[in-house]
Design a protein around this ligand. Structure first.
Ligand code: FAD
Length: 417
């Protein structure tokens, strides 16, 4: 029996994987109810292939948008670079832009349909684990504050960036690391821009907007645009609680973006039409060289929380679930399996955390800002095509997105299903 802490993207994907492989498991989730929380996330082709192997591609198509293009712009709205994404780029699976909460609910619905509602125990927080020989004792507090102990072969901590079980492993680590950047996020109904499925990154290192549609057009031709804007604060001595659901007034940040309105995209208008604006500090954690503690393993954001700039948090969570499934089928629900999983994935995941600190694929924005302040007549006088394409290739190879390599690979569990 495997106990999974957390019914987020990683925990639910692992549950679906265990079910597929016939491995007994139980999920405990501290929230009393699963609600479609969050705004947009991106699921890269590597993870879409796994969702298809989990039998979820058709449903994913009903809730997400197949991203066609990634495009970079200066703060004056001038195009720097654009490149095709997903199917348009030659991958044999699409990239999806999707509402995080809708994806989580899709995974949850599929899981309870396949395994029954009791497979996820809601309102149950895992507080501690103790390994005793080849068994692990797990402490769970339910919504009435009753403490119980559950015995299992393994405990998988998929409990997110504020992981309780990571804290047990690294008691001196403290809060996530914050370097003074705040993100404001929201969704707005608007006319689509460019391809209708473009992810736009606008600005430079200290002030930036990311926007992309997360719904197909409605009857009036409008889509739901997910937008995130960020700004580095001058006074970074304060601390910021990293609550995913903190809502704020847009006046707090909109003055900084008041001129960021172009003929193809009107950011101030978009923000003003959002029903809710969420504030979140841009945080991550320093990579660690061990996710295994006796029979407890960290996965997803509990193991390698990264800045969202590379659009790979959700993707990495799904890939972790599938890679762990592979190790479990090879070595059983044992310590050897979680060590094998770690050996295969830790280095790559940690590399992504560090690459995202360098601004991920959008570092090019700052290069252009420094050279011309966001305004130019001809881009060639600011940066060459070669420089632009080299930069793009560098990030893609880091996150394993080379088209040739990718298209040759089967899904992670292809040989076992
Ligand atoms: C409410 C919420 C909103 C989010 N919104 C966005 C967003 O808008 N954009 C974005 O890019 N990313 C968002 N994320 C983060 C994104 O989901 C993750 O980066 C990524 O999908 C990795 O998923 P994960 O399953 O590892 O972690 P998460 O998706 O964070 O899931 C962790 C789960 O574990 C549960 N949990 C925590 N502690 C315990 C415990 N002790 N016992 C039992 N259960 C526990 C949490 O309630 C949560 O359901 C959000 C996360 C959450 C929880």
């Amino acid at each position: 029996m495997i106990i999974i802490s957390g019914a987020g993207i990683a925990g639910l994907s692992l549950g679906l994987t265990c079910h597929q492989l016939g491995i007994p498991f139980q999920i405990f989730e501290k929230a009393q109810q699963l609600e479609p929380l969050g705004v947009g996330i991106n699921i890269q082709p590597t993870a879409v292939r796994e969702l298809e192997a989990m039998g979820l591609l058709k449903e994913l198509e009903t809730i997400g948008v197949k991203t066609r293009e990634l495009a970079f712009f200066t703060k004056r709205g001038l195009e720097i670079w654009s490149e095709p994404r997903g199917l348009e780029a030659g991958y044999n699976y699409p990239q999806f832009s999707v509402h995080r909460g809708k994806l989580q609910m899709l995974l949850y619905r599929a899981l309870i349909k396949r395994c029954g509602r009791d497979i996820v125990k809601l309102g149950c927080k895992i507080t501690e684990t103790k390994t005793k020989g080849n068994k692990i004792s797990i402490s769970v507090i339910d919504q009435t504050n009753k403490l119980s102990k559950v015995e299992a072969n393994l405990c998988i901590a998929a409990d997110g960036i504020n992981s309780t079980l990571r804290e047990q492993m690294y008691p001196d680590e403290g809060s996530p690391r914050w370097e003074g950047v705040i993100l404001w996020r929201g969704t707005s109904k608007s006319k689509p821009f460019r391809t209708g499925a473009t992810m736009a990154m606008i600005g430079h290192a200290t002030q930036r907007i990311v926007a992309y549609p997360i719904s197909p057009p409605d009857r009036t031709g409008n889509v739901i645009i997910n937008w995130i804007c960020e700004r580095k604060l001058e006074n970074t001595n304060s601390t910021h609680e990293n609550d995913w659901n903190k809502s704020v007034e847009y006046n707090k940040f909109l003055p900084y973006f008041k001129n960021w309105s172009y003929d193809w995209f009107d950011f101030p208008k978009m923000v003003q039409s959002s029903s809710k604006v969420l504030e979140y500090p841009m945080v991550d954690r320093d990579p660690v060289d061990n996710w295994v503690n006796g029979l407890t393993l960290l996965i997803g954001d509990a193991a390698h929380p990264a800045y969202p700039t590379g659009s790979n948090g959700g993707t990495q969570a799904i890939l972790d679930a599938r890679n762990l499934g592979r190790a479990l089928i090879e070595l059983g629900a044992t310590e050897a399996a979680i060590i094998k999983f770690q050996e295969r994935t830790l280095e790559g995941s940690n590399r992504i955390v560090l690459a995202n600190r360098e601004s991920g694929p959008d570092a090019i924005l700052q290069v252009v800002e420094e050279r011309c302040g966001g305004t130019f007549d001809t881009l060639d006088t600011v940066i060459t095509r070669t420089e632009l394409s080299e930069h793009s290739a560098k990030f893609k190879s880091l996150v394993g997105l080379s088209v040739e390599q990718f298209n040759k690979q089967p899904s992670i569990l292809g040989a076992y299903l």
